[in-house]
Design a protein around this ligand. Sequence first.
Ligand SMILES: Nc1ncnc2c1ncn2[C@@H]1O[C@H](COP(=O)(O)OP(=O)(O)O)[C@@H](O)[C@H]1O
Ligand SMILES: CC(C)(COP(=O)(O)O)[C@@H](O)C(=O)NCCC(=O)O
Length: 412
Amino acid sequence: MEGDGIQVERRDEIAALNSSADEVSHLALDIGGTLIKMVYFSSDSDWPVDDEGKRSSKEKGSKNCNFVNGRLHFMKFETRKINDCLQFISSKQLHHYGGWHTEAPVDCKNIIKATGGGAFKFADLFKEKLEISLDKVEEMDSLVAGANFLLKAVDREAFTYMDGEKEYLQIDHNDLYPYLLVNIGSGVSMIKVDGDGVYERVSGTSIGGGTFWGLGKLLTKCKSFDELLELSHQGNNRVIDMLVGDIYGGMDYSKIGLSSTAIASSFGKAISENKEIEDYRPEDVARSLLRMISNNIGQISYLNALRFGLKRIFFGGFFIRGHAYTMDTIAVAVNFWSKGEAKAMFLRHEGFLGVMGAFMSYPNNGLDHLMSKQLVEQLPKSACCPKHEARSPLLGDLTENGSIECSVQLCL
Ligand SMILES: Nc1ncnc2c1ncn2[C@@H]1O[C@H](COP(=O)(O)OP(=O)(O)O)[C@@H](O)[C@H]1O
Ligand SMILES: CC(C)(COP(=O)(O)O)[C@@H](O)C(=O)NCCC(=O)O
């Protein structure tokens, strides 16, 4: 049978699932250069099936649809450890639960929406190991769909960051476009977004998150990205960066608006000192590197915003990881270069934009609306919240694995 929402078909697995506490659907993947992002929905409790093994309605909505409460799960894995991801999917039997389609023939099961370059690169691996077919969703389409959805559906998804303070923003749905979306993954894509599905990738740079992690690993011998980020937290970039004051005898270069503490040349001090890499503290190296890359991205983003007259720049991608210093550097760069005209904004679900887009591409009509309603209803509707306010579970930044409550509409 068919309805307005996600369509459900009688299937052996569905009957089998009846015995398990959580029922899972809509597994989607974003397989990037560094990280694999995963989203899936699980209903809160078992969903009764009728005598024929079909799911029956707990609470019938119009057109034979069910409103199912549950959780949206967010996970990430390192792409170089893709077997961990395959293992997770297999152990949780997630691969049986892509979208549920009435008309999907039996041999079309195990079709999972996937975006990112890895949807091409690893298609054979998924087929071979789990008999999963990856239904590819274009990467930029996914990023834009995910960003638009989150900005509209999740209250206070976006926030500014300045001087150590977060300020959540209430986005006016009628005044969202145009904006510049800067996705800082392994590399960086800059996308001018003019509407739902209306966008142009206007620029990009290969100096992105992969550069920070790759160079940082070589220079500091860090074993994990989190370790590198933690090191940068404790470091002092002035030990290695050449500042305007180092060149101008401690003075500002006020004529061109540069203070003595502004970085004149990233890593520039290293040339004038008789030191090897071992003579620098890894903390300071990590800090300089993070500052150099964040500054550069902030500046290129601003230039592209200027190119198209865009005032708002949303930054996504897992490079940011909700890290205060990264956000501060990007925000200061945008503010500095635009003379306060453009604003850098960050997203709570920063790294999950692409996978959310892939998730949203499962054919349905009810999911978007219902999720929006659920997510928005659980958050206070103030236009702007006090700084440093206490967080509800839903307000936590989703930079790590986690889940959020929502409901989806499934139709029989
Ligand atoms: N746990 C982690 N392991 C590796 N890199 C991480 C991690 N967390 C954040 N990062 C950063 O995020 C970047 C990947 O961001 P992401 O948006 O997932 O891009 P991609 O789709 O290219 O994998 C990495 O290059 C690195 O800078
Ligand atoms: C090729 C990519 C779209 C892949 O996305 P990613 O896995 O980095 O998230 C991205 O790395 C990128 O936009 N690189 C910058 C290439 C350039 O414009 O120079």
